[in-house]
Design a protein around this ligand. Sequence first.
Ligand code: ZN
Length: 308
Amino acid sequence: MQIKNLEVPIEIRALRTANVYFIDSNDKFIFDTGMSENSYKYIKSNMNINDIDYIIVSHLHIDHLGGAMYFNRINNIPVYISKNDYNYIKNFIKDNDFYFNSYKELLKTGGVPEMLINEILNSHPLIKFINYYNELNIKILDFTPNNFEVIDVPGHSPGSIVLYSKSEKLLFSGDHILNRITPNISVYSKDKDYLGLYINSLEKIKNLDVQTVYPGHGEIFHNYQERINEILKHHNNRIDTILEILKSWKSPYEVASEIEWSKGRKMETMNYMEKNFAIMETMAHLIYMHNKDLIKMSINSGVNKYII
Ligand SMILES: [Zn+2]
């Protein structure tokens, strides 16, 4: 098996780049596509894409799927995504008013101030790139690439997948496992426990025999199980922090405002997209903790409030 890694510059400052992998294992395919037409051009000038059979994307986020349309349109290369992310995109496009309103409702129940809600909605990646998703021609991944297993790892998105090669002891992890940053966990529908799903998806693949991880962002790494344990520990620490904060009734927005985010940042210093991530990550934790009976919830004038 031959693997070529390309670190593609992307238009998200905090991440800087996304990884695109060219994999030749009888099947020749690309895993992930960067973020935009710029990514497409960058990939095209650094890889010989003429002999690619198809493209698989790890999940629906724009920084992985955003170059796909150009490969499909210009080079006629088919693009495959998991069934769950496919359905999520299609439902979102079909009834985006419904999604927009449910997201607005979710922010309201989170106690987010009215003024902020509209700014957050406008910077939301799915809403911002709705036209792109609408024009994109994708198919459900209904086969397994040569020498690989496709494993469903819902959590970071509804249908995230990883590709595992047992014989080569390697894993293409998408954004399910990253080396330096903890994958963001959000809320895609208010009745589902996305942090719970994510943690289960980590446990599910933890004992695979993996020597090399090819992540969606950052450098290739080898301490597979150690890294999974670190991520699990990070979420446990965050749960402890939230328990500490919840000595009185608080909304998800109030909890998110009190958390010290990575590098000691407070939410008030963040841009709208980052605020959205912080609030959703907090909500995902609160839903998980409430499910586990660690905290109580009550609804107060349409706002969810939690306490230990
Ligand atoms: Zn990503």
